[in-house]
Design a protein around this ligand. Structure first.
Ligand SMILES: *[C@@H]1O[C@H](CO)[C@@H](O)[C@H](O)[C@H]1NC(C)=O
Length: 258
């Protein structure tokens, strides 16, 4: 009996190649640990990941600095960024650096500073909308923050000829902000927080990390894509992220989270 179960489990494992490789993993990028694990001293907004994280305590603290050593990225390229806006960018950095649940959306890239990136992580609509609302009054000169900056001084400055404008002009809808700012790292999910079908940038660790179940769901779906029309749930076409060419993944990606 025990042998039969063992054989059955081995068969199942063989039939599901790669699924586990998508779960509980860290990106192969600039600051990530090789494997996720407990990090008791994660700082501030990154602390929800402390039970199981891909970031170190140092990375979590750096993520909160105005011009952090992580990417040398300057949030103040068009004047000070309001704190209520900046906290979303900090949370975004925490998710990117600390989350062990982004496996289904990892893509290989041939960039000079990282081997992998994330693409089309389905961000819960409320998290995206709140980010957009709180940043409406901030200013920027660029829609895609991954590339095209003037790095002549060692930090990013607005490229010659670009103008600082309010976020709401550069990103007319929440979707524009979440999807374009990191060149497709996020997709705007129609799913809601708590649905188990979208990634939460913000969560209450007292109830565990809700993104673990979301990663399991999408990892399973990558293995067994639903037949067309099989489930009419909104967002059913968000799996699996397209591979292949993507603008800017190879060159000019000097820095920037996600
Ligand atoms: C993180 O580590 C670097 C290199 O050791 C150090 O320069 C930096 O001050 C540390 N950051 C924080 C916030 O402790």
């Amino acid at each position: 009996m025990a042998l039969a179960v063992t054989v059955a489990l081995a068969l199942l494992a063989a039939l599901a190649p790669g699924q586990d490789a998508l779960l509980n993993v860290c990106l192969d990028a600039k600051h990530h640990k090789r494997e996720p694990g407990p990090e008791g001293r994660l700082y501030g907004q990154c602390s929800p990941w402390k039970d199981n994280a891909c970031c170190t305590a140092n990375t979590s603290a750096e993520a909160h600095r105005d011009r952090s050593l992580l990417y040398n990225f300057n949030w103040r390229h068009c004047g000070a960024m309001p704190a209520k806006c900046q906290r979303h960018f900090i949370q975004d950095s925490c998710l990117y650096e600390c989350s062990p649940n982004l496996g289904p959306w990892i893509e290989q890239v041939g960039s000079s500073w990282r081997r992998e990136r994330i693409r089309n992580v389905p961000l819960c609509r409320e998290d995206c909308e709140r980010w957009w609302q709180d940043c409406g009054g901030a200013r920027t000169c660029k829609e895609n923050w991954h590339q095209g900056w003037n790095w002549a001084t060692g930090t990013n400055r607005c490229p010659w000829g670009s103008m600082c404008r309010p976020f709401w002009q550069v990103f007319p809808r929440p979707q524009d902000l979440c999807e374009k700012i990191w060149s497709g790292s996020f997709s705007y999910s129609p799913e809601r927080r708590g649905s188990g079908r979208c990634i939460q940038m913000w969560f209450d660790p007292a109830r565990g990390n809700p993104n673990a179940a979301v990663a399991r769901f999408y990892a399973g779906r990558k293995r067994d894509p639903p037949a067309r029309g099989e489930d009419g749930a909104p967002g059913s076409n968000t799996a699996p992220p397209a591979r292949g060419s993507h603008p800017g993944s190879g060159q000019a990606l000097r820095a920037g989270p996600c």
